[in-house]
Write a protein that binds this ligand. Structure first.
Ligand code: CP
Length: 309
């Protein structure tokens, strides 16, 4: 493929290939032996039209570890503030001949649209409520390393499913790899038609967590609630916040995940998030660098092959 825009169009074998390469990069990063010439001579531009800590930092680090020239566009100080459109901004940068364009945008579908206008490889770093493919891939690698496999696991995704691109990408990826997915949310935060994706739907946290291998928590995404119903944080934590009692319904060796940013005391108790025997949240961040290295490496190989043809 030329771009990485979503999980939707990836084949399970493509997912496995990417995770296998990311696994080798994870080990290389620990050993300090990442190949610094893999992306040498290539220019990577990061364009984040929405806030980010993990995704932007790890894309930057991934590019630098593989030797790319990395440029972070500061969208807050760019000419977007003077009214320049996303597409004109992209065409302007495209004229400078970048090789890899990493884009986060608040509108669903914006990154797909942009990819049609440029002649470099585009990686979706999160678009609206649509997809966040590298997050789902790093979650998959974290699960595979913790559980020794990425199939026939029972995985609960809990919280604000309705507004979550992380949930959408994970539901697609974990479903393609033949896992059992349980979605747990208050009715107001459960998207309609989601059962069509083959997931089981629960409104009761304890029932939903019964016997699962993986518990993936999500943040309440108030910025996408558009003035709709916003639950009280105290009430939400009482019913849907992950604490020791609710977690006791999962398997004794169940792992706890969170894509971040995390709101302690809202969707997750701080002691659970920090419990190194259960929480793999920091491993998710570590795997984020490795997965983004693998994604850019594979796209760069395709780009070079296409240019040589
Ligand atoms: N998980 C994630 O996308 O985090 P950031 O918004 O900090 O990049």
């Amino acid at each position: 493929a030329r771009h990485l825009l979503g999980i939707e169009h990836l084949h399970p074998t493509e997912i496995t290939t990417l995770l296998d390469l990311a696994d080798t990069y994870a080990e290389a990063n620990r050993a300090g032996t990442a190949p610094r010439d893999r992306l040498a001579g290539l220019t990577q531009i990061n364009m984040f039209f929405e806030n980010s800590t993990r995704t932007q930092a790890s894309f930057e680090m991934a590019g630098k570890k593989l030797g790319a020239d990395v440029m972070n566009m500061s969208m807050q100080t760019s000419s977007v503030k003077k009214g320049e459109t996303l597409i004109d901004t992209a065409l302007t940068l495209n004229a400078m001949h970048p090789d890899l364009l990493v884009v986060r945008h608040p509108s669903s579908g914006a990154v797909d649209l942009l990819a049609q206008k440029v002649n470099c490889a585009v990686l979706n770093a999160g678009d609206g409520r649509h997809e966040h493919p590298t997050q789902a891939l790093l979650d998959a690698l974290t699960i595979r390393r913790a559980k020794g496999r990425l199939h026939r696991l029972s995985i609960a995704i809990c919280g604000d499913i309705a507004h979550s691109r992380v949930a959408r990408s994970n539901i697609m990826l974990l479903g393609k790899m033949e896992n059992r997915i349980r979605l747990i949310a208050p009715p107001t935060l459960m998207p309609t038609g989601i059962a069509d994706f083959g997931a089981e739907v629960f409104t009761d946290m304890r029932k939903g967590l019964e016997g699962v291998d993986v518990v993936m928590m999500l943040r309440l995404q108030k910025e996408r609630m558009d003035g709709g119903f916003i639950p009280s944080e105290r009430e939400y934590f009482h019913r849907y916040g992950l604490d020791a009692e609710k977690l006791s319904h999962a398997k004794p060796d169940a792992i706890v995940m969170h894509p971040g940013p995390m709101n302690r005391g809202v969707e997750i108790d701080g002691t659970i998030a920090d419990d190194i025997n259960r929480s793999v949240i920091q491993t998710q961040v570590e795997m984020g660098v490795a997965v983004r290295m693998a994604a850019m490496d594979l796209l760069a190989q395709n780009l070079r092959a296409a240019r040589a043809a």
